[in-house]
Design a binder for this molecule. Structure first.
Ligand code: ASP
Length: 322
């Protein structure tokens, strides 16, 4: 039996510590813990890495604290256009959706596409129609809208009008959710889901559904899920780049992931982060912003969640609630 591993992120668009109340930070950490628990339960029951990453991402899509599914960012027209992808490192099979507006859990549609479609990536109305005919739960687009995102859009538009968009905080700009896992059989998988970034152009597609950019998994190498300014993740094919460094340079997952996020992308001054898990179960979670919602489980089954530098073990009460 291989060592299992699981790591998740809820985006590197984390606000400054003082911008949220203690209760709000706590609530976000509780949901990170719930997402970890959903994935870890799959792994400990002998389930696949693909099932585990999907289970973790579904919890974060349904949480208002992260920019994916319910609580997703709005584009410049005040609409949601959601992206998601999943990849099975065992077969290199992958599926993704882009610009979808009515699928409650876009990651479930990505999974269906991976398993039931010839295509890897479906977009827009056709992707919504595919999900509907696959029997997935559909919602009205305003299901995804939260007060916080409406305020964030207004604030970003004000920045644009004042010519200060570049100064807007990372939290106002973006976020994403993702998970990577290694299962008992040694297979790797990655899943990522996002609303993109706040005030993004209509029709803009990010890195999340692009296999090799925001989402990548390959058995024997690593699984990667990214968050940050997607255009740079696409230019650098970040997921594949991290995997290539591991595979061809023999770097550890930590070395490879840090090199790409902290060094290669540095000159661009854009927010970026990722979670990665190696074939040996090692986990990396570098980010270059003030913080990144993240969590991981040690091989002994200990849970850790964090938003900024400080790392928390979900409290006993919360562990019981999970
Ligand atoms: N990577 C996402 C995108 O560009 C957004 C983010 O993670 O901040 O769509």
């Amino acid at each position: 039996m291989t060592k299992m591993a699981l790591a998740i992120h809820g985006g590197c668009g984390v606000m400054a510590k003082l911008d949220l109340s203690q209760a709000e930070w706590e609530a976000a950490r509780v949901d990170l813990g719930r997402a970890l628990k959903a994935g870890w339960d799959v792994l400990t029951a002998g389930g696949s890495a693909v099932d585990a990453v999907q289970a973790s991402v579904v919890v974060m899509e349904d949480s208002p604290h992260f920019n994916a599914g319910y609580g997703a960012a709005l584009n410049t027209d005040g609409q949601h256009e959601l992206d998601a992808a999943i990849m099975d490192g065992r077969t290199l099979a992958a599926g993704g959706v882009t610009l979808v507006r009515r699928i409650r859990n876009p990651i479930k549609a990505a999974r269906k596409i991976m398993e039931e479609s010839d295509a890897i990536l479906l977009g827009g109305d056709a992707a919504d129609a595919f999900a509907r005919s696959a029997g997935l739960e559909m919602v009205e687009p305003d299901h995804f809208t939260t007060e916080r995102r409406v305020r964030a859009l207004a604030s970003m538009k004000a920045h644009v009008a004042a010519g200060t968009a570049a100064k807007a905080s990372e939290a106002e700009k973006h976020g994403t959710v993702g998970a990577v896992a290694l299962d008992q059989e040694g297979h790797l998988a990655a899943a990522t889901s996002t609303g993109g970034y706040n005030n993004k152009p209509v029709g803009r597609i990010g890195d999340t559904p692009i296999i090799g950019a925001g989402t990548y998994a390959r058995d024997g190498v690593c699984a990667v899920s990214g968050t940050g300014k997607g255009e740079y993740f696409m230019r650098y094919a970040v997921g594949h780049e991290v995997a290539s460094r591991v595979k061809y340079l023999g770097e550890t997952v930590e070395q490879a992931a840090s090199q790409v996020i902290l060094a290669d992308l540095k000159p661009y001054g854009v927010g970026a982060g990722l979670v990665a898990v190696g074939a040996d179960g090692s986990v990396a979670a570098p980010y270059n912003t003030d913080g990144m919602f993240r969590g991981w489980v040690t091989p002994e089954g200990k849970f850790f969640v964090a938003t900024h530098g400080e790392v928390f073990e979900p409290s006993e009460q919360h562990a019981m609630d999970l």
